[in-house]
Structures are given as C-alpha cells and as structure tokens.
Design a protein. Structure first.
Length: 507
C-alpha cells in the first residue's frame, strides 16, 4: 500500500465524529503514514475505531440522504418501497406518500427518490471504506483481546458495506435470477472516493457474499457471533445479511447453513401478546437487529412508528391522518385462527387521541401492527424502538431455500416451525414444488407485512408485478407488470452529472 498522510484519517474522523479528531490528534503536523496510524490501531483498536464504528452503525438509525418528513431514515425509505406493491394500502392521506402509492415519479433519473437510496447507501459504504482503510492486515491466529477487537471492528465495517451494496443491487439492477446476473451493477468504490464505472453484477455480488462470509468468520474468531444487545452489529446480523444476499443469488446451501447458525442462538419467537400488543418494538426474543430509542437520537413525528402507528399523537401516520392498511385480499387470506389477523382492523373503528381529544374513525383493514403504547407519559407514541431483522424472516428464507432446492419435507418442517406458533390450527403443509413455494410466499407476505420493504423486494425476486384491480380497498387500481419498472435509474443530479465513468443508464 502506498503511504498516505494521516490528514486523510483526520478529515474522515472530522466528518464522522468531532471527538475522533481529538483521539487522533497525536501528530499535529500530519507526518504519520498510513502504516503508522495502522500501528496505533493495532495497539489500541478502541481508541480510534470505537467512535468510527459507532458512528457507522448510527447512520442506519439516523437521517437519510434527503431529510424530508417522508424519507427521513432507512426504515421510512423502506416504507416508500412497500407502498409500491399489492399488500399495502394508503387508506387516507391529504398529500404525503401519494406519488409512491400511485407509483409515479419514483424510478426516473431525475426523481428525488432515486437520489435518496443511492446517496444513503453510498454514505454507508464511504464510511465503512474509511474504517477498513485504517485497519491493518488482521492475523486470525492471534486471539489476544486487542486483536479480537480488531477482528470485530473489521467485521462490522465489512458487514455494513455489504449490506449497503446489497440494497443498491436490489434497487439499481434487475433481479439476479431474472436477467440481472449478466448486466452491470453499481460502482465498487474505494476509500479514495475516486469516481468509478459500473462494475458487473457478478463482481458486485462476489464482493457482497465474500465480504459477509469474511465478516461472519471474523466475528466468530472475535467471539462476537452473538451479543445480547439487539442494537449491535454482531455475527448473527452479518449472517442475516448473508442469508438475504444468498437468497437473492440462489445460493440455497449458504442460506440454509447460515439460517441454522442464526436460529441456534435465536430459538425463541414472539408469542401472541408480543406480536399483537408490542407494536413490533421488542428488542428481545426473535429480534436480531434493531434501533433503541433515546431522547438523544429520537426521530420525531416522521419516524417509522410515526408513519406506521395510526394511534400516534402527532405522527404523520397517526393524528396527522396518513393511515396505512392491509389489502383486503391478503387480509382475507389470513385464517381467523391466526393471531396475526388481530393486527388489522376487522371493521371501521372509532378512536380518540389522548392529548388533543380529536375523534377519528379508522377504516376497515387499517394496520394496528405497529400500534405501540407510550414508553412513558412524557414520550409521544412516535418515539419507539424499531426492528430491522427478525428470526421469523430467517425461518422463511430457510423454508424458501429448501423448497427451491427440492427438499420439500425439510421446507415443510421449517414453515411449520413458524406458522404453527402464529396459528394453533395450522397443519403442516403437504404441498411440494410450486405449490409449496406459493404457500411460503403467502406466509412471508403475512409475517413481514409493512417491514423492511420486504414485499417490494420479494416481488422483484419472485418476478411478480402489481395488480390491484380486484382489491376492495385499494383506491389506486394500479397494474404494473414485473420487470424494468421495479429497477431504479441511476440518479442524474447526484451521480451521472459528476461521474463521467458511468456511461450506461438503466432503461
């Protein structure tokens, strides 16, 4: 590696965390080389890397590239994608979210929406690359305390970088197994920030899969495959990212093996009370990765709970009247013996907001899934914990991978492991082939409704389009065939105008 001055590291730290510059203020004249600073990192990883990695994780919890009320953070941006499907209904809105629900101006190169995802995920990549550039070659045979910390810091940066590239590939190229494999992906950038051309999809996915496998291995060596805190990026989080990526590229063996390792340390699922009364805010049991609210990092009225909890006083999706509902067709597909059905209004329901006293009527099918009570009397409902990954998703991914590998009996067992806990009357499936896959797809739609943009991304992976024509409660009877309309164009204002290395735009 060529020698670089420490001013690069100082500039990076200044951008990421003001106090970090003080930590690295050991060479005011910037005479240290890259190798010198790596020696400091090697001797005392916490001194340099702890604030940087903490900041990297906080990016997922913090503001997105465009800090508008309808695109404030990672979770809300996922909501924008969920609205572009069959299963979520914008039941009431004066203005916000309408273009997303109507699938207008969301994928063209000049749309603000394409800038949000591109800028947000490349910011994660930029910060992760800067951290990785400060870490020396890691000796995995050295199990000293300092070296284990070094391995875990490197693993975290690798995992989040791969997570960001995964999201970019999901959004900015066709699905891997439906034509995207042989097309161009997104630029693979390095710590210098120099503009790069689009890499191949194969190179992108190799970087993602290899990076996640390395991250999981490092976490295991560093004895951090599982940590009790659900806000940590540990080995189980990296493995969950790997499950998602491997499912996308059709690596069924990796999906199943990684899922089994995760489920070994997350054996417990939410019970009925957890599932129907917590508003999906519990950072225990099946929660693998999430965000914990504090007064320092609260996201305000336009947080994900602020949009998703209709009973949120002051929330955009609460008392401000932008309510979300489940599609009637999916609601009807949930058996009455399945307690997940309780998360949606069986009929129109009256509600009075506690502080303002305003009286409203929520339409039939309104989502109550994220209806969380106040943490305390002084904290509004829109300030809540959030779940990013649950083990339920991992079970469903395992079931799908087994079914696609023609291991029908094992897939049936995996599906039963989850659904029998949600529906006491559920009988183990005897379906095989495409019928079994269809059943697994239905259970994913029910279990993960409203979470993490899963429907949009699953529909793209399954090559399913949007058709709302037979829905009783969809107001926008949209029909969008599977294909290019689910692949975003590369943003013009924030990338193409500044990067002449990119010569190819998506159709």
């Amino acid at each position: 590696m060529s020698k670089k001055k420490i001013y690069l590291g100082l500039a990076i730290c200044s951008l990421m965390l003001g106090s970090c510059q003080k930590l690295l203020n050991i060479d005011p004249e910037n005479s240290l080389t890259q190798e010198d600073i790596q020696e400091v990192v090697k001797r005392d990883p916490d001194k340099v890397l702890s604030p940087l990695v903490t900041n990297l994780i906080s990016q997922i919890n913090g503001y997105s590239e465009i800090n508008s009320v309808d695109s404030k953070n990672y979770s809300v941006n996922g909501l924008l994608l969920s609205l572009k499907g069959n299963d979520m209904v914008l039941a009431a809105s004066s203005s916000w979210l309408k273009t997303d629900y109507e699938m207008r101006s969301y994928r063209e190169e000049g749309s603000p929406r394409v800038q949000i995802y591109w800028g947000t995920f490349y910011r994660y990549i930029y910060i992760a690359n800067q951290i990785l550039s400060l870490i020396p070659e890691v000796d995995q045979t050295d199990l000293s305390v300092a070296n284990k910390k070094l391995m875990n810091y490197k693993a975290t940066a690798l995992a989040i970088r791969a997570f960001a590239y995964t999201n970019l590939m999901w959004l900015y190229q066709d699905d891997y197994m439906h034509g995207g494999k042989d097309k161009l992906g997104v630029p693979i950038v390095d710590a210098s920030g120099t503009p790069k051309p689009r890499a191949t999809s194969a190179d992108n996915w190799a970087l993602i899969i290899d990076g996640l496998k390395e991250a999981v291995a490092l976490f295991k060596k560093g004895e951090a495959y599982f940590t009790p805190s659900r806000t940590d990026v540990d080995g189980s989080v990296a493995a969950a990212f790997l499950v998602r990526a491997a499912l996308t590229v059709g690596d069924w063996e990796t999906v199943v093996a990684s899922a089994n390792e995760i489920l070994a340390v997350y054996p417990e699922l939410f019970n009925q009370n957890d599932y129907t009364s917590s508003g999906m805010t519990l950072l225990n049991k099946e929660t693998i990765f999430g965000y914990e609210f504090s007064s320092v990092n609260g996201k305000g009225t336009s947080s994900f709970p602020g949009w998703m909890n209709p009973k949120s006083e002051g929330g955009y999706g609460g008392s401000q009247g932008h309510w979300l509902a489940i599609d009637q067709r999916l609601y009807d597909a949930i058996p009455n013996t399945d307690y997940r059905k309780e998360n949606f209004a069986a009929q129109a329901m009256d509600y009075t907001y506690q502080v303002s006293g305003a009286k409203v009527t929520f339409p039939k099918y309104t989502s109550l899934k994220f209806d969380a009570v106040r943490i305390s009397s002084a904290i509004p409902e829109y300030n809540q914990n959030e779940i990013y990954i649950r083990s339920s998703e991992i079970i469903l991914a395992k079931a799908e991978a087994l079914a696609r590998a023609n291991k029908n009996a094992e897939a049936q067992d995996a599906l039963f492991q989850l659904v029998s806990k949600r529906d006491a009357a559920y009988q183990k499936s005897s379906k095989t082939g495409d019928a079994l896959l269809t059943e697994i797809q239905l259970q994913r739609r029910i279990e993960l409704w409203g979470e993490g943009a899963h429907e949009f991304l699953d529909n793209k992976r399954w090559h399913i389009g949007v058709d709302r024509t037979t829905s009783a409660n969809h107001s926008e009877k949209k029909v969008v065939p599977a294909g290019k309309d689910f692949t975003l164009q590369i943003p013009l204002n924030t990338e193409l105008n500044y990067n002449d290395q990119i010569q190819e735009q998506n159709p």
